[in-house]
Design a protein around this ligand. Structure first.
Ligand SMILES: [Zn+2]
Length: 461
């Protein structure tokens, strides 16, 4: 190697790149080379080795000295929202604005995500007006009758005729790579009811603004954590809280309860039926189906795993805040024994810690139950996957190679369309993250298909 080449400070855009002097985690769950090199040709990994790159690089190759940084596969986030235009969330709400979509995609990419699955469920394909972006955004379908009815029961303002008339078959023809999200916090009385729909309904009815914590508290007092009365508070406690919040100065507590019932409950039965439609379609098509898993839907997900053993089911966010840590572990253990993949989500539990704590996530990780790690949305306050992986490693819950696989190799194994990525092995697409070896959450460079798309922390693709 020549002095001028090794001194080259930056990536070029050539099709033959050698990343030397790096630590490597391959994404298979156990391989971790403390010192190695990675060779990329025509967008794919062509060689991987331990130790320094000792050969004379070919003339056309660019040799990049990573100075001991960590290289790992580009992250695959199998559960995100708001990253493409079209109906937002399983509530079929009005589309996010273009610059909000751009911001979401930039946040994911700068955190090391190279492939992202937008699981809102009713979009059909990306709008032509949407700006091109280097992150590889894929999407899922929940175009089933009951899922549409659930969306319309809670919102549905983003559903156009084309979304309402589309079927799972249409969506797969147009490029959907998975099914879901079956149900959601909007349609199954979860977080989105707390931060969006309940506060809006109460504000309209009483003129009083509620924050998400308070809305969630009222909801749990009235309906219980599973919407079926589990740990429900006595009616007198609900009335007392309504009085403290100033909700009953002009209205009585029964009218507050009626408003909350008409906001939370009409979509629930329809959303549960929608879960079954997706399990059925998963068994028919072989595509993975992501099912919203929370206290109100937990039994339904178990029943479907028994009824459709040939379906590829992913139990979304088994660390949902409607569970206690013990319930999370019991449910995930039962689902895993039935062949269901266990997803945990960062939500806002890692650094934001606004509404949700990491207790359920920790319980699942410590019990060795998590198959894949995703972000979900958490009202837009989601925390990054590599931040979460750094935390898992620092807490000594997993070795780094095992933790990285939760958001790379393990996800690729579940989705047929991601078989070409998710590991740094010969022949795979060169989706590569170069990050601080002491803190994987600190991402410096990102390549997608061998092309540099984040350089020194700035999106350049
Ligand atoms: Zn979700």
């Amino acid at each position: 190697m020549t002095a001028s080449r090794t001194a080259r400070p930056r990536f070029g855009s050539g099709s033959h790149l050698i990343i030397d002097n790096c630590a490597i985690i391959t994404g298979d769950g156990h391989s971790h080379f403390p010192l190695g090199y990675l060779e990329i040709k025509d967008g794919h990994i062509s060689e991987i080795g331990s130790g320094r790159y000792e050969h004379a690089p070919p003339d056309e190759a660019i040799l990049f000295d990573a100075q001991g940084a960590m290289t790992l596969p580009g992250v695959i986030n199998a559960h995100a929202h708001g990253c493409m235009s079209g109906p937002l969330m399983p509530s079929g709400s009005i589309s996010s604005r273009d610059h909000d979509i751009e911001y979401q995609k930039n946040r994911h990419l700068l955190g090391g995500t190279t492939t992202l699955l937008n699981v809102c469920g009713f979009s059909l394909s990306r709008s032509r007006a949407e700006r091109t972006h280097p992150i590889d955004v894929r999407w899922t379908s929940a175009h089933t009758p009951a899922s549409k009815a659930a969306a319309l029961a809670v919102d549905g303002t983003g559903l156009l005729a084309e979304h309402l008339s589309a079927s799972i078959t249409t969506a797969i023809e147009q490029g959907a790579v998975g099914l879901g999200e079956g149900g959601g916090g909007q349609t199954l009385g979860g977080g989105a009811q707390d931060y969006k729909f309940i506060p809006a309904a109460i504000l309209k009815h009483t003129g009083v603004s509620l924050d998400a914590h308070t809305a969630g508290r009222l909801k749990n007092m009235l309906f219980g954590r599973d919407l079926m009365g589990k740990d429900r508070a006595p009616w007198s406690d609900f009335v007392t809280l309504c009085e403290q919040l100033g909700l009953v100065e002009t209205h009585d507590a029964h009218s507050i309860a009626a408003v909350m019932s008409s906001t939370v409950l009409p979509s629930v039965g329809k959303a549960l039926k929608g879960l079954e439609e997706l399990a059925h379609w998963s068994s028919k098509t072989g595509l993975p189906a992501l099912l919203h898993t929370a206290a109100p839907s937990a039994r339904a997900v178990v029943d479907l795993a028994q009824k459709y053993p040939e379906a590829c089911l992913i139990a979304a966010h088994c660390n949902h805040p409607s569970f206690t840590p013990q319930e999370s572990v019991q449910l995930a253990t039962e689902l895993k024994s039935l062949g269901v993949a266990i997803e945990a989500c960062t939500l806002d539990t890692i650094t934001t810690r606004w509404r949700n704590s990491a207790d359920n996530l920790d319980a699942l990780v410590n019990a060795g139950l998590v198959d894949i790690l995703s972000t979900d949305y958490a009202g837009g306050h989601w925390d990054g996957l590599l931040e979460a992986i750094h935390r898992i490693v620092r807490l000594g819950q997993m070795a780094m190679a095992e933790a990285v696989a939760l958001a790379t190799g393990n996800v690729a194994r579940l989705f047929p369309d991601f078989a070409d990525r998710g590991q740094l092995t010969i022949g795979k697409r060169a989706d590569v993250v170069i990050a601080d070896s002491r803190n994987l959450g600190r991402v410096r460079h990102v390549l997608i298909g061998g092309k540099i798309v984040v350089r020194d922390g700035i999106v350049v693709g």
